[in-house]
Design a protein around this ligand. Sequence first.
Ligand SMILES: NC(=O)c1ccc[n+]([C@@H]2O[C@H](COP(=O)([O-])OP(=O)(O)OC[C@H]3O[C@@H](n4cnc5c(N)ncnc54)[C@H](O)[C@@H]3O)[C@@H](O)[C@H]2O)c1
Ligand SMILES: [Zn+2]
Length: 374
Amino acid sequence: MNSVDVDLGPRSYPVLIGTGLLENAGSLLREHGLCQTNAFVITNPQVGALYFESLQQALGKAGFMRIVRHEIPATEEGKNWEEFSGCCSALLEAFPDTGSIPLVILLGGGVVGDLGGFAAGVFRRGVPFVQIPTTLLAAVDSSVGGKVAVNFGGVKNIMGIFNQPRLVICDLALLKTLSPRELRSGAAEVIKYGVVCSEALFEQLEGGLEKLLALDGAALIDIVTQCVGLKAGVVARDEFDKKGIRNVLNFGHTIGHALELSANYTLTHGEAISIGMIAATRLSIALGLSSPLLLERLETLLHRANLPTRHPDAPGLFDKIVRAMQMDKKFRDGKNLFVLPTRIGGWQQQENVPWELVYEVVRSVLTVSETLPS
Ligand SMILES: NC(=O)c1ccc[n+]([C@@H]2O[C@H](COP(=O)([O-])OP(=O)(O)OC[C@H]3O[C@@H](n4cnc5c(N)ncnc54)[C@H](O)[C@@H]3O)[C@@H](O)[C@H]2O)c1
Ligand SMILES: [Zn+2]
């Protein structure tokens, strides 16, 4: 088992990465000082059917007396205010008095993690929670760093807080039941880290991305550990996203998020980010900040992962994307801000990019129609 520390002073926590951890989740919680006897497990019907029972047994062995299961929908569309509110109601109903504060356990992908972490953060002004990521995307990205939120008013992640988990238990064996499409979606975030944070990781992916996609044990634990380490390093330097450092993780997300919403959830998060990374890299080239070779290497890797690099155009789609993009949380006082790669493993942020250029790159990823991988 590998362990990566997210170093945030009093809010520090380890991310445990290995296989077979779910069966020992109860004792891992105890070893890490979590001594509650009530648990509120947030999951979804798909993941719950696969893994809730194992978790329940592991918690029972460690002395948990009351384990309440709450399920939210298994899609991004479920990451909304109504589901968040439903989750808060379920928490209050199950644990109405102050003497019974539960440990909130988030068993699922980024949707469960984002919504559940938000609910745990506001219930009684915050109860402890742990993440058990079950997707590659959640393992390498969303379960670490404490950004938790729901979509609202047509904007991604606009209602949320910073709320760090007490522990992340990343059991790589759980990824075996993921669909190939969801696996590829997570690979998009892995590739993102390579492009802007680590040339060594990018080169490793160029050498053997297929090993990751095949869930080869050694490659998987190595790559997930690297990504978590990269994220932990960024988060430790800019926990509350105030210094601009954390923006690096947003590479591909400005246009990607807007597309994800505008395409009415027909794309997974990673697929949208894949297209967003291509658009952002084109922007970087147009501004003279990076070379066409970088784009070529990125495109090659995304294609090898069977990730889309364009999206079929549709009436009104461009306008929807532009509108959604203008709500980006990084934009201030009418000025846009893009995270752009400058070389493999390097990035910079660019404010006030001429809108015409932005429109041009958005159009460039919409023009050619391409069937989505199933
Ligand atoms: N908070 C952050 O820092 C952060 C970072 C990146 C992404 N995100 C968010 O994460 C979300 C995407 O997360 P995701 O890609 O994990 O999607 P997800 O949570 O929707 O999971 C994808 C699908 O995989 C299924 N699934 C999950 N684990 C499974 C397993 N082990 N076996 C079989 N099926 C399984 C789910 O039921 C779901 O249908 C987006 O909402 C995105 O905004 C947040
Ligand atoms: Zn993302």
